[in-house]
Design a protein around this ligand. Structure first.
Ligand SMILES: Cc1cc2nc3c(=O)[nH]c(=O)nc-3n(C[C@H](O)[C@H](O)[C@H](O)COP(=O)(O)OP(=O)(O)OC[C@H]3O[C@@H](n4cnc5c(N)ncnc54)[C@H](O)[C@@H]3O)c2cc1C
Length: 539
């Protein structure tokens, strides 16, 4: 047992946090609480903690933690939260794999929990029965690529993924977790049936649709505000062996959306297993244009196939058709042709490759390796993600893709439809207000070289602001995905009529606002129920 009883004031940090002797807050914040008595966990302090906990993928935010805790189990996380609640101002942030953009997993002079250390290698399979699919219980700190790897060894697979699998289960469930399977199965948060959560009261609680359901639905998409997800039961299905990966080029947005919407609304089981889409520049720019479309090195994009009326940007529908290694390729061809025969893409601008299921799901790992080698991975990433209603998507295309972003962003500009009915209304996730079944996800994934080889981060951030201003000024119906706001009135607007429920859940499960301070939704309060932001009229 490591009992961490020693009081600590950071002295040797290369970048010490200024002390404010007049301010009791800082005196409290700069010591580890006496009650932080952990069983087998490691505690890193000062510069060593900061080297991990003050950085994220966005590369634009940085705050100094008080300590980084590598938990030995959920009980130690609960002890940490309880110890923080015994102080006046300490906060606790779960850090998944730190792939946030705006410091969401950080805690300014608070305790950061390295979720990657929690129960590594913990997998518990339930094989399912005639009426229930198989499922696996995993640690909240497991990476999706680890979950996939383990499941494939059992011939199984999760149903819903993210494009990139180097993200933790708890990190994506706290947002939603969206990729090309989501039109079929919903986001990852719609594909878990049970969670183990450490609440802001320091209790370890198992929750599901039937048991402690407020906490279950609150935590899904809850931005880490109600509890730290320490375990999750994930629904599985038999894994296919192979995927026919298909890309189809469109010149007209209306035809691209018509075909994408047609495919996502086909009945279950009569559809592709994966559907996404992206916008690219009509030109030979290697980062933004035609070369981004072919799937293999021996494929080329032939621009003479484009009609003379083509505009400044083009669209690509990306599909995945699952099949088994033993299936005859002529059968796969005929299934693919049956679907493609109904679509209106540009003839001759169709690409396909047959790849293993795991290579398909791990496709962004190859991008990561390349980006790490060139320095792009460590450069700032001012990404912007939105959900836009079907009613506003044509305006978004006209004003943003064809206007503000007509020269590209130096990385993928994703746009594809999702179905509202696949998202659970009871969860904390927020979708565009107009209630139609179809809405779109937009992901502007900037991958540029560090300044000065690439543009300054401020320029990209200000382009994001311009996009949001344009949406606001023109009344487009949208919500941020992976939201980032600094002011509570903006959060209130974001949550709309779900704000009162969000506040109610906060007061119930984390009344002192200890958890996930990097989201900047609720200020830490010093006594349960005294949280200044909670307006009693709203409860
Ligand atoms: C290269 C890349 C590709 C991506 N692709 C996709 C994609 O295809 N689809 C998609 O939906 N998203 C995608 N994302 C976004 C990603 O889902 C979010 O950034 C997610 O939060 C990252 O997970 P993480 O484990 O790194 O979480 P972190 O960044 O570490 O944490 C995110 C937030 O969740 C909280 N948190 C972390 N772990 C827990 C836990 N166990 N319990 C409760 N709260 C917790 C943190 O405190 C923080 O507030 C991508 C991001 C990157 C960088």
């Amino acid at each position: 047992m490591i009992a961490y009883l020693e009081r600590f004031v950071p002295e040797n940090d290369s970048d010490p946090v200024p002390q404010d002797d007049d301010n009791d807050h800082h005196r409290h914040d700069n010591v580890l609480p006496d009650s932080l008595e952990l069983h087998g966990s490691a505690v890193d302090l000062g510069a060593s903690a900061a080297s991990i906990a003050s950085r994220d993928f966005g590369g634009m935010a940085s705050v100094q933690p008080l300590a980084l805790i590598r938990p030995a189990g959920a009980d130690d996380i609960a002890r940490t939260v309880r110890a923080a609640s015994a102080t006046a101002h300490l906060t606790v942030a779960a850090r998944g794999n730190g792939h946030s953009i705006n410091g969401q997993a950080m805690a300014d002079m608070g305790l950061v929990i390295d979720m990657r250390c929690l129960d590594p290698g913990f997998f518990e399979l339930a094989s399912g029965g005639p009426c229930s699919p198989p499922s696996v219980v995993v640690s909240g700190g497991a990476l999706w690529e680890e979950v996939l790897d383990w499941c494939l060894k059992h011939g199984l697979s999760p149903r819903s993924f993210t494009d990139y699998l180097g993200l933790t289960v708890g990190g994506t469930l706290s947002n939603a977790g969206v990729s090309g399977q989501a039109f079929l199965y919903g986001p990852q948060s719609s594909n878990v049936t049970e969670l183990e959560v450490v609440t802001g009261r320091g209790q370890v609680v198992v929750c599901s649709e039937d048991e402690n359901s407020e906490l279950f639905f609150g935590a899904l998409g809850g931005l880490g505000q109600f509890g730290i997800i320490t375990k999750a039961r994930i629904l599985l299905q038999p894994a296919p062996d192979m995927v026919r990966w298909i890309r189809l080029v469109y010149t007209e947005f209306a035809q691209f959306t018509r075909d994408a919407e047609l495919l996502v609304t086909l009945s279950d089981g009569d559809s592709f297993g994966y559907l996404e889409g992206f916008v690219f520049v009509n030109g030979d720019d290697p980062a933004n244009g035609w070369p981004t479309v072919p799937l293999t090195l021996d494929q080329t994009f032939d621009p003479t196939r484009l009609p003379g009326t083509s505009g400044s940007v083009l669209y690509c529908l990306e599909l995945g058709l699952n099949f088994q290694a033993g299936d005859r390729l002529s059968e796969v061809d005929s299934v693919a042709r049956r679907f493609l025969g109904r679509l209106r893409y540009v003839e001759g601008l169709e690409f396909h490759a047959d790849v293993s299921y795991s290579d398909f799901l791990l496709r962004v790992k190859r991008v990561e390796q390349h980006a790490k080698a060139t320095g792009i991975w460590d450069a700032p990433h001012p990404w912007l993600n939105l959900f836009v209603s079907k009613a506003s998507i044509a305006d978004f295309d006209r004003m943003v893709f064809k206007g503000i972003l007509k020269d590209g962003i130096g990385g993928p500009m994703l746009v594809y439809p999702l179905l509202r009915s696949r998202w659970d209304k009871r969860s904390s996730m927020i979708l565009p207000e107009s209630g139609g079944e179809i809405f779109y996800i937009i992901a502007l994934l900037r991958f540029t070289m560090p300044y000065q080889k690439g543009p300054p981060a401020e320029k990209m951030v200000s382009q994001n602001h311009e996009i949001l201003r344009t949406c606001n000024q023109n009344g487009l119906d949208y919500k941020l995905y992976l939201p980032h706001y600094k002011l509570q009135e903006d959060w209130r607007r974001h949550f709309g009529d779900k704000w009162a429920k969000f506040v109610e859940r906060k007061s119930k499960f984390d009344p002192m606002a200890i958890l996930a301070p990097g989201q900047k939704i609720f200020p830490r309060s010093s006594a349960p129920g005294s949280n200044a932001i909670i307006d009693e009229n709203e409860l």
